[in-house]
Design a protein around this ligand. Structure first.
Ligand code: IRO
Length: 312
């Protein structure tokens, strides 16, 4: 069985990769991902300047996943762009993703110009869904703003790019968002980011588990699986076929990854599981996905991608 997959002209020898924000803040962490069984990697969402992020505790493991309000801590765009430029020299056959999350339209466009003017030859993921910067709403939940950002962006940006979206929960929202996204030369849509602004409680102290925002943070892990499947499926049914899906959310084993691919995903990102198990998780996931494919009689991702059946 072969886990080879592609997005646009980019080929990957394995469908698995990290979700932005997980074990991808520093060069050392990124190198660990590069040396793992993952097919590729994405850097922590970058702002122009380095950010420390929110006060700790800002991440907690939960019974069925995780809650985080990191607050966009990162080393700044130049750091990740520098990493990417060195990486592509050393690994010309392994395209990587650069994630960008400007806190304003101007910052997003300024960072996009910097990337456009660079020799970066991988893919750019514009994160429209960070839920944890106090006072900053998620762009992905403001349709007019999303339209405006993408219009300004693609008036000059020519490198391969996609967007990271928050989860939607209403079919009219899938219709509206897809109608916006279909207007732009996107190579991919990555769905979903964490379930924004959840809350969990420490049973000993009756206190919110994490410190920022009175305990509100993005929820990941098994809790996210049914929402991730629905979002990938909904966009797969609505987007121009030229726009491919990256499935993120709820991957704990090979079957979860198989399900995201059935729903239409070309790549599968792993967040909470990677945070908890480390890059060795990719070895287990790869083995487990191959086993599911063998059971089903499939030898390639294309044999079952998007082939979810429904009851007639
Ligand atoms: O708090 C974060 O840094 C964060 N956390 C998330 O769960 N998703 C995001 O896109 C981001 I930028």
């Amino acid at each position: 069985t072969d886990l080879h997959t592609s997005i646009d002209k980019f080929q990957f020898d394995n469908v698995f990769m990290n979700a932005s924000g997980v074990r991808c803040y520093t060069k050392d962490e990124l190198d660990e991902l590069a040396q793992s069984d993952a097919g590729t990697l994405v850097t922590k969402s970058a702002t122009r300047a380095k950010r420390l992020g929110n006060p700790s505790p800002r991440y907690a493991r939960l019974e069925l996943g995780s809650i985080n309000s990191m607050g966009l801590p990162n080393e700044g765009l130049e750091y990740y762009l520098d990493y990417a430029l060195n990486f592509q020299k050393a690994h010309p056959d392994k395209p990587i993703f650069l994630s960008v999350a400007g806190l304003s339209m101007e910052e997003n466009l300024a960072m996009a110009h910097t990337i456009e003017d660079s020799n970066f030859n991988g893919l750019v993921e514009f994160n429209l869904s960070c839920p944890n910067v106090p006072g900053k709403p998620q762009t992905g939940y403001d349709f007019d703003r999303t339209q405006e950002v993408l219009t300004n962006l693609f008036s000059f940006f020519t490198k391969p790019a996609g967007v990271k979206l928050p989860p939607y929960f209403d079919l009219a929202q899938f219709d509206q968002m897809a109608a916006i996204l279909n207007q732009f030369p996107l190579k991919f849509v990555n769905s979903i980011n964490s379930l924004g602004n959840g809350l969990m409680i420490d049973p000993e102290t009756d206190t919110a588990l994490i410190k920022p925002k009175g305990g509100f943070g993005g929820i990941g892990g098994a809790y996210a699986k049914p929402i991730a499947l629905a979002n990938v499926r909904a966009f797969s049914q609505r987007l121009d076929p030229k726009i491919q899906l990256i499935g993120t959310g709820g991957v704990t084993n090979g079957r979860d990854a198989y399900d995201l691919i059935l729903a239409g995903a070309s790549l599968v990102q792993v967040g909470t599981l990677l945070q908890e198990e480390g890059p060795a998780a990719f070895t287990r996931l790869t083995r487990e996905l191959r086993a599911v494919m063998q059971t089903k009689g499939y030898s390639a991702i294309s044999d079952f991608k998007g082939q979810l059946k429904v009851l007639s």
